[in-house]
Design a protein around this ligand. Structure first.
Ligand code: ATP
Ligand code: MG
Length: 255
């Protein structure tokens, strides 16, 4: 069986409408509307503290929205726990990466595939495909405990992919990697998503990493949407130039 023989689910949309959350008066997310579609990578970018992680947490169910709504097609997820959203196929990974240290990388990924309901033979094949796609073949039979933090983080992403999510939410998956490693990892995730009809929300702060790897960009600043669109257009938007480069120049001028 090859990857393409696994059934592709019908197209779906994960949508947040006017979503908001505040912490002790800080409006971390303030009326944001965005949607992620099957098979695309939506890059969520913005300066530090602009509300990217909080937006991802609202979609995953880690945080409950204080305003607005979250839907997967016609299903209202707004009040559902993270666990119940996972059953709808909305899956997030964690920064630290959650893996079984005593198992090998291949066993870790296969366990996630089996947990997602595949039979052993299908789970093995999917595991082999994912390990090849994410460049983990050379460490497939090493115990997870023995690997670097970066490899463990990629293994956690491989496990998330093996659970065959409909929507995958990634918070800075390439943190700690250099630009070319980051681009290679995100490109591999994107190809996986396109082939299997999975939608990806990718939080990433580095503009040069998202430029060539995301289908669309959604830009946040102070918890609000600045703009959204094709990467090449977004990068030229004067409002984006201002928040990405203008403020930094102001800080420099103040020093
Ligand atoms: N649990 C919390 N309690 C209080 N304030 C919080 C909490 N989580 C986030 N905030 C605040 O909400 C705002 C948005 O934070 P968030 O982590 O979503 O931003 P971010 O864009 O992911 O930032 P970074 O680029 O640094 O990861 C910030 O002002 C932050 O201090
Ligand atoms: Mg963050």
């Amino acid at each position: 069986m090859s990857a393409t023989q696994l059934a592709t689910p019908p197209p779906s949309v994960l949508r947040m409408a006017e979503g908001g959350i505040h912490f002790d008066g800080v409006r971390a997310v303030d009326g944001v509307t965005l949607e992620v579609r099957s098979g695309e990578v939506l890059g969520l970018i913005g300066p530090n503290g602009s509300g990217k992680t909080s937006t991802l947490n609202l979609l995953s169910g880690m945080l409950r929205a204080t305003s607005g709504s979250i839907h997967l097609d016609d299903h209202d997820l707004t009040r559902l726990s993270m666990r119940r959203r996972t059953r709808f196929g909305v899956v997030r990974t964690f920064q630290s990466g959650r893996v079984f240290g005593r198992l090998t990388i291949a066993e870790n990924v296969e366990a996630a595939a089996l947990g997602g309901g595949l039979r052993r033979r299908e789970a093995r094949q999917l595991t082999a495909d994912i390990l090849a796609e994410l460049g983990l073949e050379d460490v497939a039979h090493q115990q997870a405990d023995a690997l670097t933090a970066g490899r463990i983080r990629i293994t956690a992403i491989a496990r998330a992919l093996a659970s065959r999510p409909r929507f995958l939410l990634l918070d800075e998956p390439a943190a700690g990697q250099n630009e070319s490693e980051a681009i290679a990892l995100i490109t591999a995730i994107r190809e996986f998503a396109q082939r299997r009809g999975c939608g990806v929300l990718l939080v990433e702060h580095d503009m040069s990493v998202v430029m060539g790897t995301c289908d669309r960009l959604h830009v946040l600043d102070s918890g609000r949407t600045v703009t959204e669109g094709e990467p090449a257009l977004v990068r030229r938007d004067p409002k984006v130039i201002e928040i990405y480069f203008g403020k930094r120049h102001d800080h420099d001028a103040e020093r």
